[in-house]
Design a protein around this ligand. Structure first.
Ligand code: DX5
Ligand code: ZN
Length: 219
């Protein structure tokens, strides 16, 4: 397996200085920039829209890993693609036709991800695997940064690793929520190859970002 990718969630960044924050995590070694989009309807919080994603695009060449927590999701896929998303991940619960949503993302020329909430069974990906580039396992219920990692998701990560390997496809397995230096090694050992980290990246301020990201890699 290739080295684990670290995707800082900008939800924990200083929103008044987002451009600077993105340049800082880029310089500190982030692999992807994780963008949490919330609508106050699918999840109980509101964050940012495609206009902000577009404004941030010029601050880094690193891939934008856009996590959409909005419903209905289909009407906004094109806007996020045009704003500069590289990978667009959706929850199966955010629209009536997961397969169609993934087809749309692929037709827009973007990588497609499926997000599994803690209560969402792994079977949901069984018949869409051919359209999936990334599976994102939520290890908290979506809506807020800074929540506690839900341990019961570890065997789910292992099961998804088994299914992805069996598929023979190059599908990334990313884990999001409560990931920090105390549990990152276990999450990787369970089969993850990409870690989202908001609090654990941004804690301590810019002088700590490089060390925080290295610690998540186990360095
Ligand atoms: C939760 C978001 C996560 C979250 C991660 O809905 O999808 O990306 O912000 O934040 P931490 O790492 O602080 O749990
Ligand atoms: Zn997220």
């Amino acid at each position: 397996m290739s080295a684990v990718r670290i995707a800082p969630s900008i939800l924990s960044a200083d929103f008044a200085r987002l451009g600077e924050e993105i340049r800082a995590i880029d310089a500190a070694g982030a692999d992807w920039i994780h963008v949490d989009v919330m609508d106050g309807h699918f999840v109980p919080n509101i964050t940012i829209g495609p206009g902000v994603v577009k404004a941030l695009r010029k601050h880094t060449a690193k891939p934008f890993d856009v996590h959409l927590m909005i419903a209905p999701v289909d009407p906004f896929l094109q806007a996020f693609a045009e704003a500069g998303a590289d990978c667009i991940s959706v929850h199966p619960e955010s629209g009536p036709h997961l397969h169609r949503t993934l087809q749309t993302i692929k037709a827009l020329g973007k990588r497609a991800g499926v997000v599994l909430n803690p209560g969402t069974p792994v079977d949901v990906i069984d018949h869409v695997m051919d359209l999936v580039d990334l599976v994102l396992v939520m290890s908290v219920n979506p809506g807020f940064g800074g929540q506690k990692f839900i341990e019961s998701q570890l065997p789910k990560i292992t099961e998804l690793r088994r299914r992805i390997d069996a598929s023979g496809r190059a599908i990334d397995l990313e884990v999001d929520g409560g990931v920090d230096r105390s549990n990152a090694a276990r999450v990787i050992a369970a089969g993850a190859d990409a870690l989202v980290a908001g609090t654990a990246t941004f804690e301590g301020g810019p002088s700590r970002y490089a060390d925080n990201i290295a610690a998540l890699r186990g360095l």
